[in-house]
Design a protein around this ligand. Structure first.
Ligand code: SF4
Length: 702
């Protein structure tokens, strides 16, 4: 609220980082902003992790971008005025489009962008640029979960129930999720349950588990098939639920008849007894949940792996039941909203499909364009990056809210593709590794300087509020897109700069769609209503009145398929794209650490977080360190056929002797993604971040 004399001005908003979207209260002026958790928000209940507590540091980052930068003749990035920079970008975009066609211009977005920005970015690409070439970094995050749950339930909402429902659970199975490290306040909601954790690493979450299953990397699909097999043979299937609420059980069962426990043990390394214990715990619980995270999803078979865990949950009768369920733990701050708003290669706002004539017609009408002019689906994120600057690929790229030089797989190759472009434009608030390669850098506002909405992992739409005005010289992403759209010949009214106006438009674009926001308004959110989508407008059509109460639990009565039934998906196990061999004898896997976030562009600028996690490490088992002649604290090279990462050795029994782990937050030669490859999931187009075949060798200190 606005301060009065003698009272400090405070703003209630949300953390800039992960999808838990902890509520915070900001106070103080620029340079001295203080943060505290708000006590009454049910998700974090007065808790924040180290990243949330220190987030104001990023507002005062010493290398904050405060003026546009344009690549000068001598190759350096030189300060420029806004008009100069925007004229240059629009002129080059027009030129490249005239010479090579509309698809020669591409857009890369981010799962941290507000709903309003993600929506406008999709509209900008399809209307102002007329390109099909737009995708975003959420492809690297949630796409496998989205593909699998859309097929199973007819709808992709990460948690189809509120986070607080987990408080009442007796047993929770976490497959490839490490919330104790990635979103610590969530652990408060898991305290009452016995945890079954599936993870090759002994993570902080696994340390708190009643049972920890440690499969070899890339084998969790076999493990899930084995659990379903045991659910059947142990008589734990909820037959009435399967008969009345699902379809396709027989086909799914056929694929796992051969996955008896001893065979699963052989493939995964998990003892058959532990499998039995796990399925008995889960099947015997009154209230149970199955949750997946990136560990199960970031594979070339990620969507099938999630489907196998969905099958297990369906057989046990969990999804759509009060007090039980299946969910996926979304990662990025607006990972949920970001994947609904139309910055994905195949989607229009509200999860509408670019391939569906009725969906195209609806959105075209809202945008005031002819549906025939809307481009079709484009390339997925990695395929887009891989095609840059090649014969058939885009010649220009605009990046908003992403840092693919660090976060994309096969990073050396992607960096080379970015360098080969005729034009690279990056909008960011700090000079990220990707901005360093740009021809034009546009300085934009960040979290505490802007209004908007985000949709958290539980499908709840939240208000982000501006506590500060952006520093002089800095514009919002919406202002940047507006100015470029106008320069590209669009009407000023087509690209509003006020987030509230954009939100009102996206409500109409999503009306009647699966992710329906039409009944949500800033007024309702500001009045403190807890609104989870779908939230269709009331009979008055504007939804701002006595509107729909929102849908905290989406599948209680029926699933979102036309017949109301969930679908089993028949899936089978297959090995990762590349298994360890004589030359590359170990599994290399990547992930996160508590004190850093994603590509680290923000958290590597926070002194407390740098002190806690200053540099890239490679975790390896003592036997592995001995075998390859590496000592604690020495530098190692972790190499695959794709490239080599330099990291400091941390010897720990938390990893298996056949596996090394490298967090992906660090830049330069320490990028974990230098060794990850380009194998993609055929359905979700998710890269295989979690399994590479690597070797480790000693490296000299630089
Ligand atoms: Fe921010 Fe996530 Fe930490 Fe909460 S758990 S403070 S949202 S990073």
């Amino acid at each position: 609220g606005e301060g009065r004399a003698g009272r400090q001005r405070e703003s209630t908003t949300h953390c800039p980082y992960c999808a838990l979207q902890c509520s915070t209260v900001l106070s103080g002026e620029r340079g001295g902003v203080a943060v505290r958790p708000s006590a009454d928000f049910p998700v974090n209940r007065g808790g924040l992790c180290q990243k949330g507590w220190t987030a104001p540091s990023v507002l005062a980052a010493p290398d904050r971008l405060l003026t546009p930068l344009v690549r000068a003749a001598d190759g350096t990035l030189a300060p420029a005025g806004w008009d100069e920079a925007l004229d240059l970008v629009a002129g080059r975009l027009r030129e490249i489009r005239a010479r090579h066609g509309a698809d020669a211009v591409a857009v890369f977005g981010g799962g941290g962008l507000t709903n309003e920005k993600a929506y406008t970015l999709g509209k900008f690409a399809r209307v102002a640029l007329g390109t099909s070439q737009i995708d975003y970094n959420g492809r690297f995050c949630m796409s496998s979960a989205a593909a699998a749950t859309t097929a199973a339930f007819g709808l992709d909402r990460g948690l189809p129930f509120p986070v607080t429902d987990l408080d009442g659970a007796d047993v929770i199975l976490l497959a490839g999720a490490n919330p104790a490290e990635t979103m610590p306040p969530l652990m408060r909601h898991l305290e009452g349950a016995d945890l079954v954790v599936i993870d090759p690493r002994r993570t902080r979450t696994a340390e708190r588990a009643a049972l920890h299953l440690r499969p070899a990397p890339g084998t969790d699909l076999a493990l899930a098939l084995g659990l379903l097999h045991l659910a059947v043979t142990e008589g734990l299937v909820d037959q009435e639920y399967v008969d009345t609420r699902t379809a396709g059980f027989d086909a799914a069962w056929e694929h796992c008849t051969a996955w008896w426990p001893e065979r699963v043990e052989e493939v995964t390394g998990v003892p058959a007894d532990e499998l039995r214990t796990a399925v008995r715990m889960l099947g015997g619980a009154r209230r149970a949940y199955v949750l997946t995270g990136r560990g199960a999803e970031q594979h070339s078979k990620g969507s099938d792996t999630v489907a196998a865990f969905v099958n297990l949950a369906l057989a046990l009768g969990l999804p759509g039941r009060d007090g039980s369920g299946f969910g996926t733990l979304t990662g990025q701050g607006n990972g949920q909203g970001g994947r609904e708003m139309g910055q994905k290669a195949d989607q229009l706002p509200g999860y509408r499909s670019l391939a569906d004539p009725a969906d195209r017609a609806h959105v075209a009408a809202v945008w005031g364009v002819d549906a025939k002019t809307l481009p079709g689906p484009g390339r997925s994120a990695y395929e887009l990056l891989d095609a840059l600057g090649t014969g058939a690929g885009p010649r220009a790229l605009m990046v908003f809210g992403a840092n693919p030089v660090v976060s994309a797989p096969r990073a050396a190759h992607v960096t080379e593709r970015l360098r080969s472009l005729d034009l690279l434009v990056v909008a960011d608030f700090v000079p990220s590794e990707t901005a360093a390669l740009a021809d034009v850098v546009l300085p934009v506002a960040q979290w505490a300087e802007e209004e908007g909405t985000l949709t958290s992992l539980e499908g709840r739409v939240l208000r982000r509020r501006a506590h500060l005005t952006p520093p002089p010289g800095v514009r919002t992403d919406l202002e940047v897109l507006h100015a470029l759209a106008v320069r590209l010949g669009q009407s000023a009214g087509g690209f509003p700069v006020r987030p509230r106006e954009v939100f009102d438009e996206l409500r109409r674009a999503s009306a009647g769609a699966r992710a329906d926001y039409s009944g949500i308004s800033y007024a309702r959110l500001d009045a403190g209503e807890a609104l989870h989508w779908p939230c269709p407008a009331g009979a008055d059509g504007n939804g701002a009145g006595d509107g729909h109460p929102g849908t905290p639990r989406v599948f209680l009565d029926r699933f979102a398929h036309p017949d109301g039934r969930a679908r089993f998906t028949p899936v089978d196990h297959r090995p990762p794209a590349r298994e360890p061999d004589a030359a590359f004898p170990l599994y290399g896997t990547t992930g996160r650490v508590l004190a850093q976030y994603q590509s680290g562009a923000q958290t590597r600028r926070v002194p407390e977080l740098v002190a806690a996690a200053p540099e890239v490490i490679v975790e390896m088992h003592p036997d592995t360190a001995r075998r390859f002649g590496l000592a604690e604290g020495s530098m190692a090279e972790v190499g695959s056929v794709h490239g080599t990462t330099r990291a400091r050795v941390r010897v720990t029994r938390a990893v298996r002797p056949d596996t090394v782990f490298v967090p992906f937050h660090f830049p330069g030669a320490g990028r974990a993604n230098l060794f990850t490859g380009d194998a993609l999931d055929p359905r979700s187009r998710m890269p295989e971040f979690k399994v590479s075949a690597v070797r480790v060798t000693p490296a000299g200190e630089r």
